[in-house]
Design a protein around this ligand. Structure first.
Ligand code: ADP
Ligand code: MG
Length: 344
């Protein structure tokens, strides 16, 4: 039996756009090994937003940067990162460089570092366009640059194109970075804390822009944040990271509405909401472990109010929770937010 081109196309569109399988990232320096990401798996469909949520130091950025292969030779990458059938872990650096920009776009926390301070915005956009689409003429690239600055909502795109980055506000600079990231209509947008450096009103505008572009361009989006509010606003699905692993994963309304992992529940309890009484929030005691500090049990146990001796025995695997997503906890919370089988 032969497979027709149409069948192949159907098969392709039914597969996830990005599939990360057992990704591990270890930084190696002499005898030092830092296991920053330990066996992370998730997938993203076309048009879907997965939010990677967790406190600072949990391995979110290392995960995002590993997918983009932004680390040098002193980094061990294990597992598979399949982007539309291509394994980015095995691909040559040349191929990855080409895919970055043409199929994957990156928006990071600091819009300043993504832009060249001594070149006008329009010239930076034109250059990226012509690297990835050499057939574009100068005039076509210039027109396309203006289109992109319009697309990302800059009020006077012609003027923005003539500006140097420092002449623009932080929010406008982040819009320019987003224009660069989507300039080649990538299939996958990776946004790492894209609004953390911006003030609150601008944050909301940038998130709105990312949501809108996702719809218009049909991109899959990996959005990294430590902010539960951002996750609520943006996520279709959520993966919660702790100590280099995913500890809970599922549909956004389930994970953020009825968390199964005590860590997720603690993150949500620490979130200021408009209805919260001052002082009623429960900050999570202690701090997350560094990669070198992991013992044999559940990494969250020392901070978990439900933990007992059994939790110190071994690190729980991410396991499906009936009716919900998956959690890495030996006794996931029930829907009511209490421990299943707890003695109280
Ligand atoms: N290039 C690096 N070399 C060694 N350790 C690193 C490197 N980058 C990150 N780490 C460590 O990996 C852990 C996860 O970092 P990161 O992914 O940046 O966390 P976050 O969730 O805040 O984005 C941290 O303990 C950090 O110190
Ligand atoms: Mg980070």
């Amino acid at each position: 039996m032969t497979i027709s081109a149409r069948d192949l196309e159907q098969l392709r569109s039914s597969l996830p756009l990005l599939s990360v399988e057992q990704l591990s990232t270890t930084f190696v320096s002499g005898d030092w090994r830092v296991a920053a990401v330990r066996g992370v798996s998730f997938s993203i469909a076309r048009g879907e937003t997965l939010v990677l949520l967790g406190e600072s130091g949990s391995g979110k950025s290392v995960t995002a940067r590993s997918i983009l292969r932004l680390y040098g030779p002193r980094t061990e990458l294990k597992g598979r990162v399949m982007l539309d059938g291509i394994d980015l872990v095995q691909a040559t650096q040349n191929d990855v460089n080409h895919l970055r920009g043409s199929r994957m776009g990156l928006v990071s926390q600091d819009p300043g570092s993504a832009l060249d301070p001594v070149r006008r915005v329009g010239s930076q956009l034109r250059e990226v366009l012509r690297v990835h689409q050499p057939a574009l003429s100068r005039n076509e690239a210039a027109a396309r640059a203006i289109d992109l600055l319009t697309l990302v909502g800059l009020p006077d795109p012609t003027r923005a194109a003539r500006s140097y980055p420092h002449e623009l506000s932080g929010g406008m600079r982040q819009r320019v970075v987003i224009a660069l990231a989507v300039s080649c209509e990538p299939d996958l947008l990776i946004a790492d804390e894209p609004t953390t450096a911006l003030d609150v009103t601008v944050q909301a505008q940038i998130l709105e822009l990312i949501g809108e572009l996702k719809g218009r361009l049909g991109m899959g989006t990996l959005l990294v944040t430590h902010d539960v509010g951002v996750a609520r606003q943006m996520a279709d699905r959520v993966a919660v990271m702790y100590a280099g692993r995913i500890v809970e994963q599922g549909a956004a309304d389930q994970v953020l509405g009825d968390p199964a992992h005590p860590y997720t529940a603690a993150l949500l309890a620490a979130l200021p909401t408009s209805g919260a009484v001052r002082g009623s929030l429960l900050p999570i005691p202690g701090r997350p472990p560094q990669p070198g500090e992991l013992g044999s049990g559940c990494p969250f146990a020392p901070r978990c109010r439900f933990a007992d001796e059994a939790c110190a025995a071994e690190e729980p695997a991410l396991t499906p929770v009936p009716g919900r997503g998956a959690a890495a906890c030996i006794r996931p919370l029930t829907m009511a937010g209490t421990m299943a089988g707890s003695r109280t």
